[in-house]
Design a protein around this ligand. Structure first.
Ligand code: BG6
Length: 483
């Protein structure tokens, strides 16, 4: 079946940086269905060839060594451009006509990709509906919606309603690019394709879980968006909660979209809602010192660039096991990791053993940038009496597999083409995630506890973060990727 991927917001950054490079790579690897086309739609009036030239340059830049001129030459004729305004119904009628002509009488499966500013999601969906472009009588029609999906529960519900007036839920693919990361998917494989981890993956053996997404970058030129959105909406509602659900969920019977998402939803439902009075005790917020000097940051901005949220999953498996979610910009290094911290042995017969949690077993799932898994365990130091030391066992993806790790968008776009929504957020999942984040955001919208602590760039957030964790009787696993 022929496929047409229509990109709304075609002249934007995401299209040139991620989407087109990913589609080009799929083409180069021979993964796209025969007769696949891209059609760009945005207001800038490009001719087809002008847009192709621009994309050639940006793709060469973003795929770097994987760029192959002859592969591009074979790909470029399937790239088209149709200028138009999302807020103008007539432009959708003319787009629809253009697509019909391009696809010919045989038609094609269509994927509409909303890569626009979020305020255009609703008008784009409504116009697609009015132009009859969502109807599946002429072929499959799917819609991909980028994050952010709403800014809180109310707006996410409204957006879901607008979406469902035009598309069935089965046609909708809400992207969280973290789910396209190979190592994120490997969390499921590690847990459910092996027998040795599951028996200990629970409150009997696990003391707590740390999920950290640290970034070295500062906000830079992104403050126009970030200063209003803030950290919870940018990283927690989506990426960090997704990592939590994959770590905590039960094994679905099959790797199928609804089976997987049902289990994730059960975890989100089991997360103890944060009451306003809990926020001060269970969260931390910080801002890097120079944040207020960044362009477009509102003077005196209270927007956090670092945060910690402690969540409890109230079910049999996880009762009493806190999940510490942490993210920050301007940190020591870029690292995303899930740390499963196991309990100390119940009794230590050696004089120097795991007598505190810092020396107990730990499984580090390194999501990026050095993808792999590290198991920490105690060993005997040779020729030193009965001295013990915490050592590790490493698995590195790059060492074991010759094929490089592809960008998330390749996997996700291919899944949309094949109609597999397992790695996409369902409407109830998105709404539940907002329900978890909203009460924290409501408290953070005002000055007061937890106080916004300033921190130096290049570290692990404000000093209060370590002090707070110490009061929890625990310590952060502050390690830049060791793999
Ligand atoms: C995006 C956020 O969704 O994820 C950014 O908007 C963040 O603020 C980015 O930098 C992190 O993605 P990755 O894949 O680099 O970890």
């Amino acid at each position: 079946m022929a496929h047409t991927i229509v990109i709304f917001g075609a002249s934007g950054d995401l299209t040139s940086r991620k989407l087109v490079p990913a589609i080009y790579e799929l083409h180069r690897k021979g993964r796209l269905p025969k007769e696949s086309r891209i059609v760009g739609f945005s207001r800038t009036p490009y001719a087809h060839d002008q847009w192709r030239d621009r994309l050639r340059q940006s793709t060469a830049q973003f795929v770097a060594d994987a760029f192959d001129q002859s592969a591009w030459d074979a790909f470029a004729p399937s790239v088209f451009y149709h200028p138009g305004d999302i807020e103008n119904g007539e432009d959708f009628v003319s787009l629809s006509r253009f697509l019909d002509e391009l696809e010919g009488p045989a038609g094609a499966a269509r994927i509409y990709y909303l890569s626009t500013a979020p305020r255009f999601y609703e008008p784009a969906i409504a116009e697609l509906g009015k132009a009859g472009m969502a109807q599946q009588s002429a072929g499959v029609r799917r819609i991909v919606i980028e994050k952010p999906f709403g800014v809180d529960l109310v707006s996410a519900r409204e957006l879901n309603e607008v979406v469902h007036q035009v598309f069935d839920e089965a046609q909708v693919y809400r992207i969280d690019h973290y789910l396209g990361k190979e190592t994120v998917q490997n969390v499921l494989v590690l847990r459910f394709a092996n027998t040795i981890f599951e028996p200990i993956w629970n409150r009997n053996y696990v003391d707590h879980v740390q999920i950290t997404a640290a970034e070295e970058v500062t906000i830079g030129h992104r403050a126009g968006y970030y200063d209003t959105a803030g950290l919870l909406r940018d990283m927690f509602q989506n990426h960090l909660l997704q990592l939590l659900t994959l770590t905590a969920m039960e094994a679905p019977a099959r790797f199928e979209a609804d089976a997987v998402r049902d289990e994730k939803v059960k975890i989100l439902r089991a997360i103890r809602p944060m009451r306003p009075e809990d926020v001060a005790a269970n969260t931390l917020r910080g801002q890097y010192r120079k944040y207020r000097d960044e362009p477009n940051v509102v003077p005196g901005s209270y927007t956090p660039t670092f945060g910690v949220v402690k969540l409890n999953v109230d079910n049999w498996r996880w009762q009493g096991v806190p999940f510490y979610l942490r993210s920050g910009k301007a940190m020591s290094c870029r690292t995303t990791q899930i740390v499963i911290q196991f309990r100390e042995p119940p009794h230590m017969m050696f004089p120097e053993g795991a007598r505190n949690i810092q020396e107990a077993n730990r499984l580090v799932l390194q999501i990026q940038p050095a993808e792999g898994v590290q198991l920490h365990f105690l060993t005997k130091v040779p020729d030193a009496g009965m001295q013990l030391r915490l050592t590790d066992l490493d698995f590195r993806f790059r060492q074991k597999f010759a094929a490089g790790i592809p960008d998330s968008y390749q996997r996700l776009l291919l899944d949309v083409i094949h109609g597999d929504a397992s790695l996409f957020a369902r409407s109830d999942e998105v709404e539940l995630a907002w329900g978890i984040v909203d009460p924290i955001q409501a408290a953070w919208d005002h000055p007061g506890p937890p106080e916004l602590a300033l921190y130096e760039e290049g570290g692990w957030g404000p000093p209060t973060s370590n002090e707070w964790m110490q009061r929890q009787g625990r310590r952060w696993f502050d390690t830049c990727p060791v793999l």
